[in-house]
Design a binder for this molecule. Structure first.
Ligand SMILES: [Zn+2]
Length: 474
């Protein structure tokens, strides 16, 4: 349970932010009475008590962890040091309160008596209450390291005997139990929580928060008013455009093709493009460490609406696919709608351009009830079955607007079918640019079945496009 709680905390730290973990907030003595847990936080609302482990080592309404030292005898003999559970900054330090309270009602320090509050880098704070008068040795605003002495255990404030009241609170001042357990939360704040009612470990957490690794955002900035053609970059006219991220990182778009790139910390960012005479444009983009994200943006002239423009950019294309005879072949392209039009059902197809056509018909790119907006990305997937003979073929396709023109970068697929009986399996590219009209499985009937021709019945069975879509935040 402890390990799983720690693991969960680690996972959360990598996904949602770093969280501080605490050491046992008191120095263990070289000799004499060792500290002990006298009360946990009461996690039960109203009457009755229940601690994180479903036990009853708590008292009604208690919001912290109480750590005993052995009574006034130990306090009088020098007491025990209270130390910072983690690094941070002292944000409250109170001293001067009467420290031999036994009634539980000595009003001073808001009930904590002499106490120290430390605010940690993750935004949470820890409170150390009921300290010995005159023992507090830190002041507000002072940075402290994990394990640094803050003061000594006493019995000031709402206390009935010498003990340390330890209590973590979030930035909104809501307090929480540092323990994880069956009747508590899933996340332990301790570096090493330890067994029920035993003392948490004295080791400090591993120092500074893990660095946020950078990723790269790239894109092209284009003027929506320029003449558009098959190649976006060849028609972009951008001079002096800037792209700025929400953290202030900025870069200039390259004159001519509008290309830009930013290195940003992992996380979500809003990227804004600006160019004099144009409306600024923003895109939201998620940056992953070591990865490249794309955030191309078109700038709209302030004086008029730009013409709509179809375009597609290939983000990821398959390499040469090598398969055994009759193996399935699956090729996937990630394509971004880099134009200004939305691809709706029935408006855009994938049309054959050249090479081996197999038996594929023009395939609809947008499935029913789907549309692909500018900036969105779709996976185009081609499924085939390899023929029984060794061969190699290339096929080229392009997105095409129904009743209009082909657009965007061509999608090229190269497949090689190997066989053990082929003496030179890699050599002849009999199919490349080869005969069309070949069909699969003889459904065409346009070839003489007695005449072996690798251009016929080559590869094929099924072609289908557009399986998934991923949305680029806009
Ligand atoms: Zn307490």
């Amino acid at each position: 349970m402890i390990r799983s709680a720690t693991l969960l905390a680690t996972l959360l730290a990598t996904s949602t932010g770093w969280a501080q973990e605490y050491r046992f907030p008191s120095e263990l003595p070289a000799s004499g009475t060792v500290q002990y847990i006298t009360a946990h936080r009461d996690l039960k609302d109203g009457a009755g008590v229940e601690d994180y482990a479903c036990g009853t080592n708590a008292y009604n309404g208690h919001r912290g962890t109480d750590i005993g030292i052995g009574g006034f005898a130990v306090m009088d003999a020098g007491s025990r040091w209270v130390v910072a559970a983690a690094e941070g900054e002292v944000t409250a330090a109170v001293d001067g309160c009467f420290d031999r309270c036994t009634s539980g009602q000595c009003e001073c320090g808001g009930g904590f008596g002499n106490y120290v509050k430390i605010t940690h880098p993750d935004g949470k704070s820890t409170y150390y209450g009921h300290l010995m008068r005159g023992s507090v040795r830190v002041t507000t605003g002072e940075p402290v390291t994990c394990g640094q002495r803050l003061g000594k255990v006493g019995s000031s404030g709402h206390s009935t005997g010498p003990h340390l009241h330890f209590e973590p609170r979030y930035a909104n001042n809501v307090s929480d139990d540092p323990y994880a357990g069956a009747c508590g939360g899933p996340i332990s704040f301790w570096v090493a929580q330890g067994a029920y009612n035993a003392l948490p470990g004295e080791q400090c957490a591993g120092g500074a928060p893990p660095p946020v690794e950078a990723g790269t955002v790239k894109g092209v900035l284009w003027n929506l008013g320029v003449t558009t053609g098959p190649n976006d970059a060849g028609n972009v006219r951008v001079v002096g455009g800037h792209v700025t991220a929400d953290d202030g990182t900025t870069t200039s778009a390259r004159a001519g093709d509008g290309y830009w790139a930013l290195s940003l910390p992992a996380g979500s960012h809003r990227i804004t493009a600006e160019l004099e005479g144009f409306l600024p444009t923003s895109r939201d983009v998620t940056v992953s460490a070591g990865q490249v994200a794309w955030a191309s943006m078109g700038l709209e002239p302030e004086d008029g609406a730009p013409p709509p423009r179809d375009d597609a950019r290939i983000l990821d294309a398959p390499m040469l696919i090598e398969v055994e005879p009759e193996d399935p072949v699956v090729a996937t392209w990630w394509v971004e709608n880099s134009g200004t039009t939305t691809w709706a059902e029935g408006e855009v197809t994938l049309a054959f351009v050249e090479g081996a056509r197999w038996d594929a018909e023009a395939a609809p790119v947008v499935a029913p009830d789907q549309q692909v907006a500018p900036g969105e990305q779709v996976a185009l997937q081609l499924s085939l079955t390899a023929v029984a003979t060794a061969t190699r073929a290339t096929s080229v396709w392009r997105l095409t607007r129904v009743g209009g023109a082909a657009f965007g970068e061509p999608l090229q697929l190269e497949v090689r079918v190997r066989t053990a009986t082929t003496s030179d399996p890699g050599a002849p590219d009999k199919l490349e640019g080869g005969p069309r009209g070949g069909s699969l499985g003889g459904s065409c009937g346009c070839r003489d079945a007695d005449r072996p021709d690798p251009g016929v019945a080559l590869i094929g069975v099924y072609i289908g496009f557009l399986l998934w879509r991923r949305r680029t935040p806009r």
